[in-house]
Design a protein around this ligand. Sequence first.
Ligand code: URA
Ligand code: SF4
Length: 291
Amino acid sequence: MVESPPRQPALPRISALQRAWLEELGLDAPLLAPGLVPDDPPTVPSGRAARTGEATARVEDAGDHFIDVGPRHRAQRVGGHSAGADSRQRGGAEGEAWPRAAPAGELETLRRQVEQCRACGLCEGRSHAVFGEGVARAPDWMVVGEAPGDCDDRSGRPFQGEAGALLANMLSAVGIVADDQVYATNLVKCRPLGNRPPLPEEIAACLPYLRQQVVLLAPRLILAVGRVAAQTLTGSQSTLSQLRGRVHAFESPDGRQIPLVVTHHPASLLLQPQHKLDAWRDLVLARRAVR
Ligand code: URA
Ligand code: SF4
């Protein structure tokens, strides 16, 4: 079947603060011309049933075909050097059926396994395995990158370098508060030397850890950044530009269908800033998928 190019969601009305962030990202006056920013942003009715089609839900118009996966809720943040920093619990009147995140202890057990793992050759070059960190109970977004970089390897924390700073700004630009809403990790937990992409056999060796993280965390949405993460998590060899612009479904090992959005890797945006507007559109799409 020939696929038509993905339609872009309309851009939402933005606040002065978000405009400031966008300008900092290089998305400034020409891109933010009035015609691009409708006065009446589309709304997604709460309670809409998930509409995933066979494998993915293509965005057909700005106000429809987004997946509503459940009530909003509060976060508990653990991981990295901030373990247990925020003990707010999800639940209450809204929070019964979703999420079903596991107790933090199970995640810590998995972290220890990863720190001792020697299942692929990447263990030879690591200073630290980078397990992931952030909101550990049903984060709104689970961001999945490719592999730790040098800074991450040294610190044991994901997305520490310049690309990570850009990612944080991009999240802020769409109103995502990393401390309250995000868990960040990578396809592979150990740094490939020389910043090369991980090999298929390295990804295959490490993927069970990510899949287990998905089960334990129960994220509401997965954001795959970069081609390698996008192709791996969609199970497709299509290009990143073919995979962008729609909400896929990631089948969690526990049978849950989790909305999955793919976008450019922030490191590639540093080299190709002309893709920042597309990245912003992707994040807007992700934001609406689980509002
Ligand atoms: N740091 C990460 O943690 N992941 C990436 O993909 C790049 C840098
Ligand atoms: Fe183990 Fe993953 Fe590190 Fe390979 S990259 S040694 S599979 S933790």
